[in-house]
Design a protein around this ligand. Structure first.
Ligand SMILES: NC(=O)C1=CN([C@@H]2O[C@H](COP(=O)(O)OP(=O)(O)OC[C@H]3O[C@@H](n4cnc5c(N)ncnc54)[C@H](OP(=O)(O)O)[C@@H]3O)[C@@H](O)[C@H]2O)C=CC1
Ligand SMILES: CC(=O)N[C@@H](CCC(=O)OP(=O)(O)O)C(=O)O
Length: 354
């Protein structure tokens, strides 16, 4: 436990949203961090427990500051700022930060190395293209060395996290045909955020499942960026997300063609070697099926590898909690890395079951 004066002073921008609430839940138990600023937009002026009753008393009675508008944050007193804002909102705020503040952005605003790709898919001009070159894509296990030295960390999207952790090592090893990957992914509804939307209503989601963003979802170019870097050439993927009647969790079922001479066992062995000693990525034994309920509330990604009955093909199953490893947990993991803290600090919770 670090004494109070030496703790990192943390701001959570967008604390009245789902990823913001999850950051608070994790950070009030983090022994080297202290939450000193919380922001909101429409809900500014409220206490956090008025917006999220489950966080009443979190961190100790009166430990958390009230929700203020982002313009009212005193940045001089901040070491780390997390941004859980809708796309387009963090770029101008991060661009105006004083240099001692490290920014950890959960939104897509700094994920694309090429600002033109961001503009094309998000329908907005990039507002800080000069800063983009400074930003590091924070898929922690695979980008750790770059994260260590970063001032702006762009946390990956939830679907890309679940897809790229199994796929990048296999593409790098040349064990799969990188341009024939099919990702069939399912997400819980918290992935859509807390803002009221017709598509998130109970009656639109319960007792059913539907695909959305078919052949047009914004996470396709993000996954393609990661796979193209790994392959050393331009890669396109087939990515279809589905909305599931559950709160948390992502299951990505990924269908791959094996490279000549490779087997599903080779894929499993390569992933097991790559993630050996990684506290948050578990490659499961042959025959073990991962489930979203096995990672709920935790920062884990669990990966299963299966031979397909179709010759020359394999199936990868990857599960995460979208709000933890897919967002706020990975963001805290990146804070630990960039601040030289043990990577598991504040993140060692076992999953919640059932
Ligand atoms: N939910 C998830 O599983 C994941 C989300 N992400 C990304 O993280 C970001 C946050 O997501 P999430 O927490 O779900 O979203 P929410 O909609 O739940 O929360 C958004 C937050 O941003 C605030 N806000 C909205 N507009 C503005 C603005 N113009 N200026 C300042 N603050 C604003 C809201 O304040 P108020 O409520 O007061 O209006 C709220 O605090 C998004 O970019 C999302 O794509 C990434 C990975 C996973
Ligand atoms: C269920 C659901 O709606 N999920 C969101 C993904 C959330 C996310 O990670 O999106 P960003 O790239 O904007 O951060 C979606 O499909 O848009």
């Amino acid at each position: 436990m670090t004494d109070d004066a030496n703790r990192l002073r943390v701001a959570i921008v967008g604390a009245s949203g789902y990823t913001g609430a999850e950051l608070v839940r994790l950070l009030v138990c983090h022994p080297a961090a202290r939450v000193v600023a919380l922001t909101a937009d429409r809900k500014a002026g409220n206490t956090l427990d008025a917006v999220f009753p489950h966080l009443a008393g979190a961190g100790g009675e009166g430990a958390l500051p009230p929700l203020v508008a982002v313009d009212n944050v005193d940045w001089e007193g901040i070491d780390i700022a997390f941004f859980g804002l809708p796309h387009g909102a963090s770029q101008p705020v991060i661009a105006a930060l004083p240099p001692q503040v490290k920014a950890i952005d959960l939104s897509p605003d700094f994920r694309f190395a090429d600002p033109a790709v961001y503009s094309e898919w998000y329908g907005l001009p990039h507002q800080s293209p000069a800063l983009q070159a400074e930003a590091v894509y924070g898929l922690t296990e695979l980008m750790r060395d770059r994260v260590k030295a970063a001032r702006i960390i762009a946390c990956p999207g939830c679907y890309p996290t679940s897809s790229l952790l199994p796929l990048i090592p296999l593409v790098e090893a040349g064990l799969i045909e990188a341009d024939e990957v099919i990702i069939d992914a399912k997400s819980g509804v918290s992935g859509a955020g807390r803002a009221a939307k017709e598509g998130s209503l109970y009656a639109e989601v319960a007792e059913g499942i539907h695909a959305y963003g078919v052949a047009s979802h914004r996470h396709a170019p993000e996954i393609e960026q990661g796979l193209s870097l790994a392959a050393g050439r331009a890669i396109k993927v087939n990515f279809t997300p589905h909305l599931m009647p559950m709160n948390r969790g992502i299951l990505s079922s990924i269908y791959v063609r094996l490279a000549k001479g490779a087997s599903a066992d080779d894929l499993r062995a390569t992933l097991a070697t790559r993630y050996q000693g990684e506290p948050f990525v578990k490659v499961l034994a042959a025959g073990t099926v991962p489930a979203t309920r096995h990672v709920r509330g935790s920062n884990q990604c669990r990966i299963g590898v299966f031979a397909d009955r179709l010759p020359g093909r394999a199936i990868l199953l990857s599960v995460i909690d979208n709000l933890v490893k897919g967002a706020s947990g990975q963001a805290v993991q990146n804070m630990n890395v960039v601040c030289g803290l043990p990577e598991t600090m504040g993140l060692a919770q076992a999953p919640i079951f059932p």
